[in-house]
Design a protein around this ligand. Structure first.
Ligand code: 6PG
Length: 241
């Protein structure tokens, strides 16, 4: 779906989170949401926070006392570092929510990457009760090189078959990361990509209109086995489609 601009992208993303949450919470006690990092989802998180005070999204309300938050990736930095995805989520969402979520499971970026990944995999396994977690909704972004979460082109993390979270390296700083893996994404109930800005236009076109014979970009390898996959892009990002 193509939205006019960054504001419309944030609003539609937040609306879809709320709709999915309502659907899940009608059947189960908890809604398990995986948050994306980077700059793009900030507006979506702010919309969710605004709606928690009764403004903004009017066609679905979210019962935060039944929401469990997880992270798809983290930079290996302390949680108060300006590069921390947790810090971005805290500033745009957690600090602004009128009602706190049931639980926030952050990746411990202050630990060495292998330890942080192993501890997070264990924590997620306990929270969701299985080795490969089945998250209800995973939010993801797209990098200009086609990466998503911290699954970068050529990364050994793309070949992971068993673990839901692994350490990874990024070609840009901060280089050390912890990332969700393709098997964990495959098991998700729903995946929502959020892509904004003209800088992403070439990568988006390469993901959605792959050239025969070319190595698929990491984001193109994200395919939920039975869940829904949706791309939301603003007009600038969609200009090459
Ligand atoms: C991260 C990410 C990453 C991000 C893309 C897009 O920690 O960097 O989770 O996959 O979603 O790089 O980032 P921007 O939204 O900042 O362009």
């Amino acid at each position: 779906m193509i939205l006019q601009d960054a504001g419309a992208l944030a609003l539609e993303g937040a609306r879809r989170v709320a709709v999915r949450a309502a659907r899940v919470l009608a059947a189960r006690s908890r809604f398990r949401l995986v948050l994306a990092g980077g700059a793009t989802p900030r507006g979506l998180y702010e919309q969710l926070a605004a709606a928690s005070g009764g403004e903004g999204i009017d066609d679905a309300s979210l019962d935060w006392s039944r929401v469990e938050l997880f992270f798809g990736d983290e930079r290996v930095v302390p949680p108060d570092d300006p590069a921390s995805n947790y810090r971005m989520v805290r500033e745009s969402l957690l600090d602004r929510l009128v009602r706190a979520p049931a639980q926030v499971h952050r990746i411990e970026g202050e630990l060495p990457p292998a330890a942080a990944a192993a501890r997070y995999a264990r924590r997620v396994g306990i929270a969701l009760g299985s080795r490969i977690p089945r998250f209800d909704l995973v939010l993801l972004g797209l990098g200009t090189d086609g990466h998503t979460a911290s699954l970068f082109p050529g990364s050994p993390a793309l070949d992971e078959r068993a673990r839901p979270f692994v350490p990874a390296r990024a070609p840009v700083a901060p280089h050390d990361r912890v990332t969700v893996t393709l098997p964990a994404l495959r098991a998700a109930g729903e995946i929502l990509f959020l892509v904004g800005g003209v800088a992403k236009a070439t990568a988006l076109a390469r993901v959605l209109r792959p050239v025969a014979g070319a190595e698929p970009l990491p984001a193109a390898r994200v395919r939920p086995a039975s869940g829904r996959l949706t791309w939301l892009a603003d007009e600038a990002a969609a200009v090459s489609l």
